[in-house]
Design a protein around this ligand. Structure first.
Ligand code: TRP
Length: 329
């Protein structure tokens, strides 16, 4: 199959600091598998990330760090197009055009917006509100067929397809509806408050970063809560560790500890040590490669520049055609 006939996959991650293992399982892990089968665009959602509170002095480093993470996790710039959204101005142009066909009340329904607005009451900016429209532009600019995401992004992908419909009604057929590639992602919970999703905003003791060194991983797991829940049910914290074990361990590991839990002979320190070793080993190559890339910012910049060049070729064609369709060219 030539590149030309391959279907197009596109996804992005916001550069906001290190990824935790929940982020990894929900996105990056799948990107790596997809790059061999499809024409893939994997970008850094920099313009999305500035809708949250951030320090301008840190942003560029976060962009380089995320790009290094992509590369260290074995996304291959020869196989897929890796670029920074902010390097493709056609994206914000298309978002503006989509703004003019998107009813405000559709954006008011978005649950991620409502959640984030509640978290940053002092910074409910228009970009935060308009975030899903920029996301639709990301996707449609490159005529993506499939978008791998976690379930929390489904509403945004539905909106993208609504935008396709509104665009078609007003300007004629041009964009095609997209399909989510739903990541079969386990629910990874906080180590300390296992009733909440693992999240960086809860603080470092709540999550394991894919960059964490083995001693840190073990220390964090040692502090993980296991004893919440009722008699009949496995405690939520223990369940979470078992979920992680099923991702990062062998079937035998899982069966071994499952039986112990059933028989109530479980020693949680044993489970935690096993899990710490498995997670450390799993990311050992990644950590080595990531460290190597820390000394090569020029290489990372080069990859992003080359990616942007390739992305722009497609983006400029799309924006030109769209401008003609909507009567502004
Ligand atoms: N909103 C996505 C997230 O937070 C990131 C993102 C931005 C994205 N644009 C995208 C994902 C386009 C898929 C396609 O995870």
């Amino acid at each position: 199959m030539t590149t030309k006939n391959k279907q197009i996959v596109l996804s992005g991650i916001q550069p906001t600091g290190e990824l935790h293992i929940g982020n990894y399982l929900g996105s990056l892990k799948n990107f790596i598998e997809l790059q061999d089968k499809y024409q893939c665009y994997f970008f850094l959602a920099t313009y999305h990330s500035i809708t949250e509170n951030y320090n301008p002095k840190e942003k560029h480093k976060q962009v380089l760090d995320l790009a290094a993470t992509y590369l260290a996790a074995k996304l291959d710039p020869k196989k897929c197009i890796i670029f920074d959204q902010a390097d493709v101005p056609a994206c914000t142009e298309l978002a503006w055009i989509f703004n003019s066909i998107t009813p405000i009340n559709e954006l008011e329904r978005m649950t991620q917006y409502k959640d984030k607005a509640a978290r940053q009451i002092k910074n409910i900016n228009t970009g935060l509100f308009d975030y899903p429209v920029l996301q639709a532009a990301d996707i449609l600019l490159y005529h993506a067929n499939f978008v791998p995401v976690g379930a929390d992004q489904l509403q945004h992908l539905e909106l993208t397809n609504e935008i396709v419909r509104w665009f078609t009604n007003k300007f004629g057929e041009y964009f095609q509806p997209i399909k989510p590639l739903l990541t079969k992602m386990p629910k990874v919970m906080s180590l300390i408050e296992p009733d909440k999703k693992m999240s960086k905003s809860l603080g470092p003791s709540h999550y394991i970063a894919i960059n964490d060194e083995p001693d840190i991983i073990l220390a964090k797991l040692k502090k993980a809560v296991t004893g919440m829940g009722t008699e009949e049910q496995i405690p939520a914290g223990a369940q979470n560790l078992m979920t992680l074990l099923s991702e990062f361990g062998t079937k035998e590991d899982v069966v071994y500890f499952e039986n112990q839990i059933k028989n109530k002979t479980i020693k949680y320190f044993e489970l935690k040590e096993k899990l710490a070793k498995n997670i450390s080993d799993y990311f050992a190559d990644y950590r080595a490669k990531y460290k190597e890339l820390q000394d090569k910012p020029d290489y990372i910049e080069k990859v992003l520049k080359q990616g942007a060049k390739e992305a722009q070729k497609v983006a400029q064609k799309t924006i030109k055609e769209v401008k003609e369709l909507i009567g502004v060219a």
